[in-house]
Design a protein around this ligand. Sequence first.
Ligand code: NAG
Ligand code: NAG
Ligand code: NAG
Ligand code: NAG
Ligand code: NAG
Ligand code: NAG
Ligand code: NAG
Ligand code: NAG
Ligand code: NAG
Length: 576
Amino acid sequence: MKSLFLLTSLIFPAIAQVPLPTPFLPPNATAGAQPSSGGSPNPQWSTLLGNAIYFYEAQRSGELPSTNRVKWRNDSAIHDGSDAGLDLSGGYYDAGDYIKCTYPLSFTIMSICWGASDFGKGYDMANQTAYLDDMLRWSLDWLMKAHPQPNTLFVQVANADLDNAYWGGDLNIPEPRPSYQINDTNPGTDAAAAASAAFSACSALYANRSSPSPFDARASLQNNTYASILLTHAQQLYQFAQNASGGQMTYQTSVPVVAEAYASSSYQDELTLAALFLASAENSTDLYEQAEGYYKKFGLSGYDGVFNWDSKTPGLAVLFSQLAQAGLGGDMSMWQAEAESYFDDIVNKKGPGFLTNGGLLWYDGDSDDASLNPALNAAMLLTRYAPLATSSDKTTAYLNFAKSQVDYALGKNPMSAPYVVGSNPNSPSNPHSAMASGGDDIGAINTSPEQEAYVLYGAVVGGPDEKDRFYDIRSDWVETEPALDYNAPMLTIAAMHVINDTSDPFFTSIQAGEYLKNKPQGTPCDAAFPCEASELPKGAMIAIGLIVGLVGLVIVALGASWIWFAIRRGGKSESA
Ligand SMILES: *[C@@H]1O[C@H](CO)[C@@H](O)[C@H](O)[C@H]1NC(C)=O
Ligand SMILES: *[C@@H]1O[C@H](CO)[C@@H](O)[C@H](O)[C@H]1NC(C)=O
Ligand SMILES: *[C@@H]1O[C@H](CO)[C@@H](O)[C@H](O)[C@H]1NC(C)=O
Ligand SMILES: *[C@@H]1O[C@H](CO)[C@@H](O)[C@H](O)[C@H]1NC(C)=O
Ligand SMILES: *[C@@H]1O[C@H](CO)[C@@H](O)[C@H](O)[C@H]1NC(C)=O
Ligand SMILES: *[C@@H]1O[C@H](CO)[C@@H](O)[C@H](O)[C@H]1NC(C)=O
Ligand SMILES: *[C@@H]1O[C@H](CO)[C@@H](O)[C@H](O)[C@H]1NC(C)=O
Ligand SMILES: *[C@@H]1O[C@H](CO)[C@@H](O)[C@H](O)[C@H]1NC(C)=O
Ligand SMILES: *[C@@H]1O[C@H](CO)[C@@H](O)[C@H](O)[C@H]1NC(C)=O
């Protein structure tokens, strides 16, 4: 009965509890080229945090509230869920398109709530707590609608193939927009667990659970009613993930169509994370031990890849350490060793990640599709773990490395480009965003219109290529697309800098025009602009190699005879 009451009460959208201040509006990008007078909180970091949150407001789906600050956005997709007899309107569009994807959204909110639990004071100092609350509730209230019954979770709204065939504004989004669910017979362990982790992380934030962070400094968000509503969803989803009668499996096994957008590689990391965040939200040593059991059972130790929407393992050791320090149990030094073996490999370049010539942390494969994301997620984890490190040398090394990646993203790179839209005159001006572009011709994305219609303030874009080149081409979704999950680490990073950094973000030292001097000619060589060599299968490469070899021999032979001929001719002319 209790959960029934809770679920019914969720049908009415919750109103942001923290009153919105005099509206914060992102300043013109030119303001980002003016060094501030410093001090605490640093005004430029405060603005960057405000812009990063504002990006989410531009991504809103559904009926927009009267407090909407993004004037060029309209109500949209208000009938979402009608095919299932439900109201699934609201929430956020995933990226530059109009699909709504629960799995990466869950990661995004988990990351932001976790970050705000550690660095909440940064939001307070920047006067952004009300917007954080508003942003989180717009996500969480939708996620609750997407979880209408304990064992049902809607994992996607709209079909990615249909949506990809549309390029245009928010008034003509193509219909139908089917909704896809997992349920007891056709479950998705990863998607259910990821949503559970998001609810738990945010429940802990709204419950003002004490954090072991030296910045033990929470946003003034506390609302025990909301925290307990979120907790109920977290508990139900954790149970659903663990015990669905269909078994444990990835969500695309049950709903293959989601693989067009976000196929998950496994569910082990999500299940472990869900147990651990629930331990945090419930203050439960039992759940902490369950999470430890999963970590062992699934053999997650020693993973050395990226942290992102699909792969959460590197965050686990950090959270295990934080909760151990908070007294939830566990062997703190064991978890520190686990975390530090991962971070030391990154900092000492002993893992699969390496630095580009310009200094960006790069993972072959993951970085090829959105290079800033692995680097910023690593910086975010390093920043948050650094105070727990076992030696001050490590703390310093971790913070320095994190800073190098944040500096890179904010303009200390061979392009002199800060990769946050609208933050500086050298920021990307062509984000791959159908709604911001103002165009409606999918055959002429780059030229119609010439100039992007609206500035998508605060959006972190995909990022440069492995040679640090950034082309700023609207149709190049690899480099220029924004996404909910790309922005998430920037919020946590900016909140920390608001608290603990009096100097400006790097971009205030870059004057207008610098990027244009460095901008590469032509087109990149990536998934949006495939260049032939990298697209050919290995057999073809060998064949080409043979041909090139043969042609080379012929050229050498011709060259040799030419030289021989030239020498003879020279000799002749000399003698003439
Ligand atoms: C706390 O959250 C609940 C549920 O969203 C909401 O109804 C209530 O107004 C909030 N309380 C305050 C003091 O804002
Ligand atoms: C920002 O200011 C510059 C210089 O005053 C102006 O040229 C530009 O149009 C403004 N941009 C926006 C988006 O308002
Ligand atoms: C926050 O708001 C207070 C009160 O209006 C104001 O004095 C302060 O300058 C603001 N700080 C920032 C970083 O916007
Ligand atoms: C919102 O509607 C207005 C017309 O009322 C239109 O000019 C604008 O482009 C629309 N926004 C988007 C993102 O399509
Ligand atoms: C359960 O989910 C599957 C996969 O999405 C779907 O085909 C089926 O219709 C759902 N069952 C119910 C009762 O809605
Ligand atoms: C939240 O907890 C912190 C200490 O962890 C405390 O300083 C703060 O006052 C609490 N906030 C509220 C609203 O109770
Ligand atoms: C899952 O099912 C097992 C056995 O049926 C039970 O012991 C366990 O408590 C269940 N877990 C949850 C989270 O409900
Ligand atoms: C968490 O539980 C421990 C006992 O296991 C207790 O000492 C502590 O006060 C609890 N913390 C909170 C925030 O409830
Ligand atoms: C805050 O910054 C100072 C120096 O800039 C650094 O020594 C300290 O470790 C930082 N604190 C944390 C918790 O990151």
